[in-house]
Design a protein around this ligand. Structure first.
Ligand code: ADP
Length: 552
């Protein structure tokens, strides 16, 4: 516990106290970078471009439209949309007017989507045309929603026999945009995002204006994502989940040009945009980048302006970092979660690391990195005792900070333990502050009382030339309780027979991990089950292999 000092004993400053308003990020961009472009690949198929000044004007029209629809401060407004300029206008129009922008992840199961719309009590839902079929199914189960607004112009409006649809462009054309952004308590809720709910019901993280602006400051800094007006940023990570890692806020804050990829996330479409819009930096999960790298390789393409990409959401395999390096792209490894707005740590080298051999530098860069200023971290053992930051001891990772939740939306009991948020991740922290995830606490393999990191095993496995995706799970073992089983999707064109390949993969681990960590068995499947956010769905795999017997 930190000691405190009574307010009466302090000499208070004479500085202005201005609430940190999300709307001020966009007005700042308009005033300072008014002509900087925002480019979007639309669901209509074409490329749309306009400027920060245009975006700010339309965000004010959105705010006026919401008020006309009867949406007031604190009301939740849902969005089901890809990364694009209209979604950005909604981010600002909704939060800027004091309502709460509830981004909905369309990749969740249908019953999860209706659950969160009802839990949030969304009054209005804005959606991209491509989600109409989903909306039609949702409608009967979502009594709180009064308006379903399609993000389209009148010419491209779809017809529906089931839903009374309103047209976004028609509605905002009725507004003048002569709207002054209100100023209010910076701790008011601004946005709501539910976790993927891989275990149990999805839970809502309710962000504030203050936490969002502070997260934008910290994540834009040099050494964090290093976002500036000299950059062209393509956020591939979706705006419908964890706020596209805060880029819709950090880009206007710094004046970076934004390139939104819309719904087309295949390697070729991403490459085209990177090339034609001179993208310098992007951000996304490893599965997306695997597609881009494959396209570039197969088509012998090269990058001209693309220099950096932020990878997070799952561990970035060393092999992927190396592949990007061959194309002149530096990978910045970051860690975070919905409950952290989302960024907690970013990996990077200090001046003193620059003279170290490449292998040592890579070892640092492959970790999840140091906490951003504003986030504190510690690791604890099963009894809650703090473990040393020696890079070896691993335990449950706890965090606290200005953009960490203190409770879930409408939950009675806070998840905090003595003021710290338990992340559910297991990690090490080294003497230099670098954190490295070794597992999700529910995924660690407990073999004879010792822990095996499933992530370390997967990282080695994906470096094997025949392996496309690998997941390591625990299966029951009569003597050791649990032993690792490696589940593999082979690369296309691999013809080796499975018994030989299995032995070859097991041999591949020798010298790369401790002998007793080598998976006891390797199973091959055609398609890897993935979660709504593109992560390995270990729950399904454990179910699939629950009767798997290991050879004694
Ligand atoms: P959910 O998938 O439940 O919605 P998030 O998208 O918030 O959750 O993901 C948070 C989790 O993703 C973290 O707790 C961690 O397990 C994992 N994660 C995020 N970034 C990384 C990373 N760079 N390396 C390993 N795991 C990561």
């Amino acid at each position: 516990m930190h000691p405190t000092i009574a307010p009466s004993a302090l000499l208070m400053s004479q500085m202005m106290s201005q609430p940190m308003m999300i709307s001020s990020l966009l007005t700042h961009a308009k005033n300072n970078y008014g002509t900087t472009e925002i480019v979007s690949r639309r669901t209509e198929g074409d490329i749309h471009r306009y400027t920060y000044a245009d975006c700010e004007q339309r965000a004010r029209q959105v705010a006026q439209m919401l008020s006309r629809l009867g949406v007031g401060p604190g009301d939740r407004v849902g969005t089901l949309a890809w990364n694009g300029y209209r979604h950005l206008e909604l981010y600002y129009g909704i939060s800027g007017s004091g309502s709460v922008c509830h981004t909905i992840n369309p990749r969740l199961f249908e019953e999860q989507i209706s659950y969160i719309i009802n839990h949030a009590e969304d009054k209005v839902i804005f959606f991209d045309v491509s989600f109409l079929a989903l909306i039609e199914k949702m409608l009967p189960q979502c009594p709180t929603v009064q308006h379903w607004i399609c993000l389209s112009d009148a010419d491209n409006m779809p017809a529906s026999d089931f839903v009374k649809l309103a047209c976004y462009e028609t509605l905002i054309a009725e507004e003048q945009g002569d709207y002054d952004w209100p100023v209010f308590d910076e701790c008011a809720a601004s946005a709501l995002c539910y976790t993927s709910g891989t275990t149990g019901r999805p839970k809502g993280a309710l962000y504030s204006h203050r936490s969002t602006v502070l997260h934008a400051y910290a994540s834009a800094l040099p050494g964090s994502l290093s976002i500036s007006s000299a950059e062209v940023i393509m956020p591939v990570v979706p705006m419908f989940h964890v706020n596209a890692w805060g880029t819709p806020y950090s880009c206007p804050m710094t004046g970076a040009k934004i390139v939104f990829p819309g719904a087309k996330l295949d390697g070729e479409s991403l490459f085209e945009l990177i090339d034609s819009e001179r993208v310098t930096m992007s951000a996304g999960v490893p599965t997306i980048w695997a597609g881009l790298l494959q396209y570039v390789k197969e088509n012998k393409r090269t990058f001209h302006t693309f220099k950096r990409t932020v990878i997070g959401g799952s561990t970035c395999p060393a092999a992927m970092m190396e592949s990007f390096r061959e194309y002149g792209v530096q990978v910045v490894h970051a860690w975070g979660m919905t409950e952290l707005s989302p960024i907690g740590t970013v990996a990077g080298l200090k001046a003193a690391d620059l003279s170290k051999p490449r292998a040592e530098q890579d070892h640092i860069l492959q970790k999840q990195g140091r906490s951003l200023y504003g986030i504190e971290m510690k690791i604890v053992d099963g009894e809650g005792q703090q473990l040393p930051n020696d890079g070896k001891a691993f335990g449950d990772l706890l965090v606290k900070g200005a953009w960490v939740i203190n409770n879930y939306f409408r939950a009675e009991q806070s998840p905090l333990v003595d003021g710290w948020f338990p992340t559910g991740d297991v990690s090490t922290i080294d003497a230099d502050g670098n954190m490295q995830i070794t597992d999700r606490s529910k995924d660690v393999i407990k073999s004879g009382g010792e822990w095996i990191s499933s992530i370390d095993i997967e990282n080695v496995a994906v470096a094997h030339p025949a392996v496309l995706i690998a997941a390591c799970i625990a299966v029951h073992h009569p003597k050791w309780d649990e032993r690792p089983l490696l589940v593999v999707v082979k690369k296309p064109g691999v013809t080796q027979d499975e018994d030989t390949l299995k032995k070859d993969i097991q041999t591949f681990f020798e010298g790369k991990v401790a002998k007793w960590w080598i998976p006891d068995d390797v199973s091959f499947i055609d398609k890897m089950p993935l979660t709504a956010t593109g992560k390995l769905m270990k729950l399904s795999l454990r179910e699939m292999f629950k009767d798997h017997r290991l050879e004694q």
